[in-house]
Design a protein around this ligand. Structure first.
Ligand SMILES: Nc1nc2c(ncn2[C@@H]2O[C@H](COP(=O)(O)OP(=O)(O)OP(=O)(O)O)[C@@H](O)[C@H]2O)c(=O)[nH]1
Length: 519
């Protein structure tokens, strides 16, 4: 890649556009590369001087009578003439048009005259003409001081296509005659074929002709990301898509896309789309005429805008509907995840916490108690003679008993307690902040409840179960882990099993605290 050096010695600017070396070599060696007639070259020379004047421009133009007539006609057209006062000399015309617009008019007229206008050039130039009108309108709203330079850059933004067509006629034939390609797609295809697109080639060509560097730079910047920090650059960048929309077979849709792009620009409120379209409409015939082109049929701005607005509205509705669907999907995904998490913590038969969740919680609570010097008690419960119950009434009845017992525990615990199924017919309850005595009171309540409440019925006959309960309190022993605490409660429970079942034992306080249920 090579940076482009300009001949612009009046300002120390270097064009920040780069072209691949092979492309520069091909362009330089191309015998049919677009050139400018001497009148245009002279005007460019004047443009590069420190203080170009209207007189100097007019003198240079007057050497070409055909060009002079065109410039005067343009100055008298509705485009530039608000009053009905006609200008008659090239000097008056140049003064009315301004130096930038005169330069743009001279260059585009010269280029079109030297090339002849085939169908493709007709299309490209019509785009440029519409773009220049759009850019001019935008500039009057966003950067009024830059109206002239913006207009000129927009009009010349596609000259790179002329250079690429001349240098690569074979490749260009397929590329540029493909009318279905959008300008953005065209630019992408050029990138693939030539390593850069026509905006950069245009900047190179302009620099080679000796146009002032800022103008060449604006041509080079006409594509790419919108730069909202430099309104003059953005006016040229936006002008292309507006022209594309104007020329599109579906202008409303294309215009809607432009509106969307507008919305991202904070100065957009200063722009009325209706006025923009009206301004293009009003000025297009005169400019097209000056360049001996046929302007496309007039648009019905009212219905175009109405259609674009309708489409925008529909699109917004569709977007909202899609958002709602996404939101609903997200909510149901979250619900599903919550359900899955809940399931992974729950014992399916009883609905209590399962063993793994109990162990995890025990571990966490144990560490917390140790850090904060707090206590907790663990109550280990085993249903007595459960095998016999299964044998006598069947496994299903055994399940019913376990379920009912689970519900009973849930009923009897307090908020903050944690009840779970340790496995089979074994249950564990964690009582935070409770000492052994309080845990024993709780255990007794369970036992008493079981005495009066059957856990199932066989026909009409109530089925009662008794339980063996072991208790361990963190404060009562030197427990090194949550497992050791559970183990202690388990051992106490086994003590009851071995001494006849249906009782409560507290770890570390054996003998004295073995409590039969009917105590
Ligand atoms: N219905 C049913 N039975 C279960 C379930 N899980 C374990 N059991 C049964 O519970 C019984 C436990 O028997 P044991 O460990 O001998 O204990 P037990 O019969 O209660 O005797 P003790 O504990 O000494 O009073 C076994 O027969 C298991 O099959 C379950 O989910 N559903």
């Amino acid at each position: 890649m090579r940076a482009i050096q300009t001949k612009d010695n009046s300002k120390d600017l270097v064009l920040s556009t780069e072209l691949p070396a092979f492309l520069i070599a091909d362009l330089v060696n191309c015998p049919t590369l677009p050139t400018l007639p001497s009148v245009a070259i002279n005007i460019l020379k004047i443009a590069r001087t420190e203080h170009p004047s209207v007189n100097e421009y007019a003198n240079a133009i007057e050497r070409d009578p055909a060009l002079t007539i065109r410039i005067i006609t343009l100055a008298n057209s509705a485009f530039f003439s608000r009053s009905h006062i006609k200008v008659h000399s090239c000097q008056e015309a140049t003064a009315r048009l301004g130096l930038d617009t005169t330069l743009a008019a001279v260059m585009s007229f010269s280029l079109l005259q030297s090339r002849g206008v085939d169908v493709h050039y007709q299309r490209v130039w019509m785009r440029s003409i519409i773009a220049s009108l759009a850019a001019r309108y935008l500039a009057t709203r966003l950067c009024p001081d830059m109206t002239g330079p913006v207009f000129t850059a927009a009009l010349l933004q596609d000259i790179g296509i002329m250079a690429l067509r001349a240098t690569y006629p074979k490749e260009s034939n397929n590329l540029y005659l493909e009318t279905a390609l959008s300008h953005r797609q065209l630019s992408e295809s050029e990138q693939r074929l030539f390593g850069c697109d026509h905006s950069q080639v245009g900047a190179w060509l302009a620099a080679k002709w000796g146009v002032p560097t800022p103008l060449a730079q604006r041509i080079g910047d006409s594509h790419g990301e919108y730069d909202i920090t430099t309104p003059d650059k953005m006016c040229v960048q936006l002008s292309g898509p507006i022209a594309d929309a104007w020329l599109s077979p579906h202008p409303a849709q294309a215009l809607m896309a432009v509106v969307r792009e507008f919305e991202t620009y904070q100065g957009a409120h200063a722009i009325s789309l209706r006025h923009l379209l009206e301004s293009i409409q009003e000025r297009l015939p005169a400019l097209a005429d000056m360049l001996q082109m046929t302007a496309p049929p007039l648009q019905n701005n009212e219905s175009l805008l109405a259609e674009a607005q309708q489409l925008l509205f529909q699109q917004t509705l569709q977007l909202r509907a899609r958002l709602d669907t996404h939101q609903a999907e997200l909510t149901s995904l979250r619900q599903r995840q919550d359900e899955l998490e809940e399931r992974s913590r729950t014992d399916m038969l009883t609905g209590l916490a399962n063993r793994s969740w109990l162990e995890e919680q025990m571990h966490k609570r144990f560490v917390l108690c140790q850090e904060q010097s707090r206590t907790m008690s663990v109550v280990f419960i085993d249903l007595d003679h459960f095998k016999k119950l299964n044998d006598q009434y069947g496994h299903q009845m055994g399940d019913n008993v376990l379920q009912k017992f689970g519900k009973t525990l849930q009923l009897l615990i307090r908020e903050g307690d944690l009840a779970g199924r340790w496995g089979g017919e074994e249950f564990l309850i964690v009582l935070p902040e409770e000492d052994a005595q309080a845990a024993k009171v709780f255990a007794k309540r369970i036992a008493e409840h079981l005495e009066i409440t059957p856990m199932a019925h066989d026909d009409q006959d109530p089925i009662h179960v008794s339980v063996s309960i072991g208790i361990a309190c963190l404060a009562d022993g030197g427990f090194g882990s949550a497992d050791e605490l559970v183990d202690a409660a388990d051992k106490s429970m086994y003590f009851i099993k071995h001494t006849g079942r249906g009782g409560i034992a507290v770890y570390g306080d054996r003998g004295a605290s073995v409590t039969p249920m009917n105590d």
